[in-house]
Design a protein around this ligand. Structure first.
Ligand SMILES: [Zn+2]
Length: 41
């Protein structure tokens, strides 16, 4: 039962911080930018 099928990597377009999650982060923990994450292909 893989639980990571819906996991995706998101990258902050402001500082380059990458974060894995099921949905797009609302806030970057590194630069505190809001809605700066884009899904990484
Ligand atoms: Zn950032």
């Amino acid at each position: 039962m893989g639980g990571d099928a819906t996991m995706a990597t998101f990258k902050c377009t402001s500082c380059g911080h990458e974060k894995e999650g099921r949905c797009k982060p609302q806030k970057c923990p590194e630069c505190e930018g809001k809605k700066t994450f884009e899904k990484k292909e």
